[in-house]
Design a protein around this ligand. Structure first.
Ligand SMILES: C[S@@+](CC[C@H](N)C(=O)[O-])C[C@H]1O[C@@H](n2cnc3c(N)ncnc32)[C@H](O)[C@@H]1O
Length: 211
């Protein structure tokens, strides 16, 4: 943990998991800020699909899936794949399509078997996980050796640009690379924007890993 993280964790009281779940169960009703669909041309979606690799009949987990806006596209693209949509908030999961395998749980104790997934991804959910090393360990645990992991989240360098609940954290590029490298043999990252042809403005990073 760097000096900035230590200052931030002292300044912010520990989060109660029940409060975080209640917050997102309420937030599920806010379709504007927590939408159930996403334009498939958005770069974040393309990165998920590209990085998943060869999963036409494989198993993919969307960890912290919200209403499954990414998972529904993965399922459309790979109709024979088993797509698991996992989230802390049941009300979010109720908004996800019924042809996904919807699972309630925390990404710090993912209720899926070890090495049961060909790929796993987490878009803007790790920032809420509180115990970040544990959540990254869990993402890696459920993926088979050789399987892919993708995390899309916000850059700590941009902290302050948006309003955030008190438990939210953003990440240094090297910080998450190091956490992933504890469990994965290949790790890399890059700044991204919503549109591939628009230069990244520093808010989003994508971390890629191969276990
Ligand atoms: C900003 S939303 C992103 C949802 C989705 N990934 C997307 O991009 O649409 C954050 C999601 O993370 C979920 N979440 C928060 N803490 C979590 C945890 N510990 N385990 C699993 N999901 C969690 C919330 O319930 C919420 O649905």
């Amino acid at each position: 943990m760097g000096i900035l993280d230590r200052i931030r964790s002292r300044a912010r009281p520990a989060a109660n998991p029940a409060d975080i779940r209640a917050y997102f169960n309420r937030a599920a009703g806010d379709e504007e800020h927590y939408p159930s669909t996403i334009d498939p041309r958005i770069w974040h979606v393309k990165l998920v699909l590209e990085h998943l690799g060869d999963v036409p009949e494989g198993k993919v987990a969307d960890v912290g899936c919200g209403k499954g806006r990414f998972a529904r596209i993965v399922k459309e693209r790979f109709p024979r794949a088993r797509v698991v949509a996992m989230d802390l908030a049941e009300a979010m999961l109720r908004g996800a399509p019924a042809d996904l395998e919807r699972v309630a749980g925390s990404m710090t104790a993912i209720p899926l078997a070890t090495e049961s997934m060909d790929a796993a991804y987490a878009t803007e959910s790790l920032e809420h996980a509180v115990d970040i090393p544990r959540a990254v360990e869990e993402l890696a645990r459920i993926v088979k050796p050789g399987g892919r992991i993708l995390i899309i989240d916000k850059d700590a360098e941009a902290w302050g640009r948006l309003e955030t609940p008190q438990w939210e954290r953003w990440f240094g590029r090297r910080e998450l690379e190091r956490l992933l490298a504890r469990h994965c043999r290949r790790v890399w990252s890059q700044p991204i924007s919503y549109w591939e042809d628009v230069p990244p403005d520093g808010l989003f990073l994508a971390w890629f890993a191969e276990k």
